[in-house]
Design a protein around this ligand. Structure first.
Ligand code: PHE
Length: 455
């Protein structure tokens, strides 16, 4: 049994490490996965404990501690994170579509499903052939032969349809073994969209003079599979579903990029085992085409696996959140999404997710954080005055200043304020000495100008 130190709050981790510090330091290894860098071998314990669940390991196990430590971070749900802003924009867009019969939004939104799924969910349920390359160990993070970290949100299609949903978004983190470069990272986030139609819903605008749709069918005997459709589907049904899918996607991107009136886009024929026909949607930015999503008409076998008979047809899409957020905010490197650097995060610290912002590159040199706590008299310092003062003294070496604490001491009849000043140079690593000198100057100025007493 492994103690899940990684799930404790940071402060407790620090505490654990500190209390152990008199003993010989053992390397912090929450999952007991041993890595020998010389022999390049990884040894797994007989069981891994992830989110309080025990999983036996076997010859398929290839998850790494780094990847496991990311589970549960849920960037798409972290307040003010750019992926959370994008995810709320997707929600807002789909919530607008109303189902008059149910008097509720048409789409349900699910964003809290565990990324640990079975091979059945990730592959079999959506008709991925047994010998398909996407199942290999080299492309996925397996916990054991039967369990893996989902490689796409399509892993949940069948369960969600089975639970009774006919229109939904499913948002979550997905894991693929990949190189690490500015546009690839082994974990990213996807949003799956699915909408199903029965005969009445599909042909609602194609009624005959008596208001009936009965002449039109979704299924017909003797319909063969070809480039335009699956066996059993009528072409008219497929074309209406295709129109609904393409309308939804193009309108979604118009909403996400309202300023880009010139956004060129195109549909490219594609192949997925779980949709046919299938397309990829690409947009052109600065002369380069970017693939933003895959989509298509759901394979009827997937609907059968979900317990539906020959009475429904549907579309599905899967889009990558990072790709879109990178374009939307001008974020140059996918690794930045995992940054705890306040220089990155503070640029997204706003509540209105529809706000259009351009990311300003932050320095690659380390930040140095200094707090300044002071007693003042009956009057406080206006934070705006303080910010100006700090800028004047520290110039471009100050990246951020914020008021982090303020209170009034009744007995002493004095105010207290604490400011956090984050120093960072855009072009070099600052020395402690250099920062201390600036910091001392700011303190001296506060004493002289505001009668402050440094605490
Ligand atoms: N699951 C596919 C992927 O991750 C995307 C997709 C979803 C394609 C739904 C078609 C339909 O690449």
């Amino acid at each position: 049994m492994i103690i899940l130190k990684h799930l404790l709050p940071r402060s407790s981790i620090r505490y654990l490490l500190r209390t152990n510090s008199t003993k010989p330091q053992k390397k912090f290894n929450p999952f007991n996965i041993e890595y020998d860098p010389i022999k390049q071998t990884v040894t797994y314990p007989p069981e891994l404990v992830i989110n309080n669940q025990n999983y036996s390991t076997d010859s398929w196990t290839n998850v790494t501690p780094h990847i496991l430590s990311r589970i549960g971070q849920n960037l798409h749900k972290q307040k003010h994170h750019p992926l959370c802003h994008l995810s709320s924009r997707l929600r807002q867009y789909f919530y607008q579509q109303y189902d008059p019969r149910k008097l509720s939004p048409k789409f349900s939104i699910i964003d809290n499903l565990s990324p640990i799924v079975t091979v059945e969910q990730n592959f079999d349920s959506i008709c991925i052939p047994k010998d398909h390359v996407s199942r290999t160990k080299s492309m996925n993070y397996y916990i054991n032969a039967n369990t893996l970290l989902r490689a796409h949100t399509s892993a949940h299609q069948v369960d969600l349809i089975r639970s009774g949903l006919d229109a939904f978004l499913c948002i979550g983190d997905v894991y693929r073994r990949d190189s690490i470069d500015p546009t690839h990272y082994p974990i990213f986030h996807q949003c799956e969209g699915v909408q199903l139609f029965n005969k009445e819903q599909l042909f609602v605008d194609n009624k005959n003079v008596r208001g009936e749709t009965k002449d039109l069918q979704i299924f017909a005997a003797n319909e063969h599979r070809d480039a335009t459709k699956q066996e059993g589907h009528t072409l008219e049904a497929v074309k209406l579903v295709e129109a609904s899918l393409k309308q939804t996607i193009t309108d979604l991107f118009k909403t996400l990029f309202p300023d880009a009136s010139t956004l060129n886009s195109r549909w490219v024929d594609a192949t997925f085992p779980f949709t046919h026909p299938s397309w990829e949607y690409e947009v052109e930015i600065d002369g380069k085409w970017y693939e933003l999503l895959g989509c298509g008409i759901m394979e009827h076998h997937v609907l059968e696996n979900s317990g539906l008979g020959r009475d429904h047809i549907g579309w599905a899409f899967g889009l990558g959140l990072e790709r879109i957020a990178m374009i939307m905010y001008g974020i140059p490197d996918i690794r930045l999404f995992w940054s705890n650097d306040s220089g990155f995060l503070s640029q997204f610290a706003f509540d209105d997710s529809t706000r259009s912002v351009r990311y300003k590159p932050i320095s690659i040199y380390p930040q140095c954080i200094n707090d300044l706590s002071m007693w003042l008299g009956k009057a406080k310092i206006d934070p705006l005055d303080f910010y100006d003062l700090v800028r004047t003294i520290g110039g471009d070496l100050v990246e951020q200043v914020m008021l982090t604490d303020e209170f009034y001491h009744k007995k002493k009849d004095r105010h207290s304020q604490t400011y956090r000043i984050i120093y960072r140079s855009p072009d070099r690593t600052l020395t402690k000495n250099e920062i201390n000198m600036i910091h001392k100057d700011i303190e001296r100025y506060c004493i002289a100008q505001f009668g402050a007493e440094i605490r």
